[in-house]
Design a protein around this ligand. Structure first.
Ligand code: ADP
Length: 475
């Protein structure tokens, strides 16, 4: 098995070309050779007819066979000399030779043999053939009025035509292999040249590791197939680079977020243990700090785990039928508890019964993220409003708050993992503990239900988020 595509392409190309060249060479050679012999035969036939006409004419002129034949013999020599000097001619009547050119003398026996072999019995019979000495003969039997039937035989050495045909054959025998050799060389060069970009692509890709994902394959001609291949590789590299960068950032952000509660808990423990004896209240206080940080860690790890599983498609939706309006009423009650601590009211617009088939616990988590944020970022005296609407194909949950709004420059990034506009202000014990994962998870939940989660508007008087579900998910 030949591994090089260059060699295989060249071999295939040369094989096809060889078959075509050999076949067409053979056909052309046979046609040309046949036509050379046809030309020779028609020359010989013409000579016979000219001689026959002059014999008939001489017999007619001299009004007697004997005198006519005698005159014909001298005419024959003149005609032969002037018209067809390279052909020998014999004229026979029965066993009698009526006339012959000098060349024909030496070929008389084969000529007679040919005449016999041709069996020229009919009045206008004709035959062609070869003599033993390599002469081509044409014989014609013609009846001359008042003199009977004559056989005219014209011959010519085959060597002339043969020489041409042999030269033709030699040209083919030499030309075809040379043409095949040249085309093999040309084909190999072309294949090598066309495949050179593939080699460059392979060599470049070979050198790319996870540390050099910013390298790109050179695109020589973007319009051709190899240019398309190189561009496809580059797009793949771009996606890989993005994915690696995302993972790297996630790891860096995650370790940063994990480090904070661990160091707070560690410091609280260390400070408490510095003194050999502490009061019970002091131990309790330290344990409360440690417990708070452990809860934060637990939620963080749970959220990271959920997102990691979501990324790999390993979170199955546990769908069940439930009433969306009831779920919103329950989450609103929970949000009211949070809001009451800082004087933020949570209002639920009147809504119709809304039966839904979805993953209830994930939908609850998503709504809680939106409500927790709405309460968390509203200042005292603020107001959070929840509204459920339904059109032909969707349910829409709107969560509106009277918070400070999200700066225009940050709005596009709030759904990014670990992104926080102001890290110090976003701590909460309800969702991800203010690590910047809440909206990422909420958006994933919406999308996993073939829905969307968007920030509808946000300005200094508040923000409005909208989660939408196709009604195909809900009945
Ligand atoms: P966090 O846990 O920090 O709240 P999120 O992913 O839920 O993380 O939100 C990302 C960032 O978006 C928050 O840090 C906050 O700056 C901003 N944000 C989200 N919701 C609101 C809101 N209702 N009002 C103002 N800012 C918000």
């Amino acid at each position: 098995m030949i591994r090089s595509i260059r060699v295989r392409l060249t071999l295939a190309y040369v094989s096809i070309l060889s078959v075509i060249l050999i076949l067409s060479g053979f056909v052309v050679y046979s046609r040309l050779a046949a036509s050379r012999y046809e030309q020779l035969d028609s020359r010989l036939d013409l000579a016979c007819r000219v001689i026959a006409a002059s014999l008939a004419h001489e017999i007619e002129e001299h009004s007697g066979q004997e005198q006519g034949e005698a005159s014909f013999r001298s005419v024959l020599l003149t005609v032969h000399k002037l018209t067809f000097p390279r052909q020998a001619v014999t004229v026979i009547q029965g066993p009698r030779t009526v006339g012959l050119t000098r060349d024909a003398d030496s070929h008389q026996v084969p000529m007679n043999a040919l005449v016999r072999a041709a069996g020229l019995s009919s009045d206008t019979g004709a035959a062609v053939g070869w003599s033993d000495s390599g002469w081509r003969f044409s014989a014609l039997r013609i009846t001359v009025p008042k003199a009977g039937a004559y056989v005219f035989v014209s011959g010519a050495p085959e060597t002339d035509t043969m020489r041409e045909v042999v030269a033709l054959r030699q040209s083919f025998l030499l030309g075809v292999p040379v043409a095949i050799l040249l085309s093999a060389m040309g084909g190999y060069w072309l294949a090598k040249r066309s495949l050179a970009p593939v080699v460059v692509i392979a060599e470049t890709v070979e050198t790319i590791t996870s540390r050099s994902l910013d390298r790109r394959v050179p695109v020589v001609n973007p319009g051709d197939e190899l240019g398309f291949l190189a561009q496809t590789f580059n797009r793949l590299l771009e996606r890989l680079q993005d994915a690696f960068e995302q993972k790297r950032r996630f790891m860096a952000d995650a370790s940063h977020e994990l480090r904070t509660p661990i160091s707070i808990a560690h410091t609280a423990t260390e400070v408490t243990l510095e003194q050999p004896h502490r009061t019970e209240d002091e131990y309790r206080e330290a344990l409360l700090i440690v417990d708070g940080q452990l809860q934060r860690l637990k939620r963080l790890v749970e959220d990271m785990f959920l997102l990691a599983r979501a990324d790999s498609g390993a979170v199955p939706l546990r769908k069940s039928k439930f009433y969306l309006d009831e779920l919103l009423a329950e989450t609103a009650r929970a949000a009211r508890v949070l809001g009451s601590r800082k004087g933020v009211s949570v209002e639920l617009a009147p809504m119709k019964e809304a039966l839904c088939e979805a993953d209830e616990s994930l939908i609850r988590q998503m709504v809680m993220v939106l409500l927790d944020n709405a309460v968390k970022y509203s200042s005292a005296g603020g107001r959070v409003a929840i509204q459920l609407t339904q059109d032909v194909s969707h349910y829409q949950i709107f969560v509106k708050d009277s918070g400070p709004g999200i700066p225009a420059g940050a709005q596009a990034r709030i759904f990014d993992r670990f992104y926080r506009v102001d890290p110090a202000r976003s701590r909460s014990m309800v969702t991800a503990g203010g690590a910047g994962l809440g909206l990422s998870i909420a958006r994933w939940v919406a999308e996993a239900h073939k829905g969307t989660l968007t920030l509808v508007e946000s300005n200094e008087s508040g923000s409005v988020f909208c989660a939408t579900f196709p009604s195909g998910e809900c009945v």
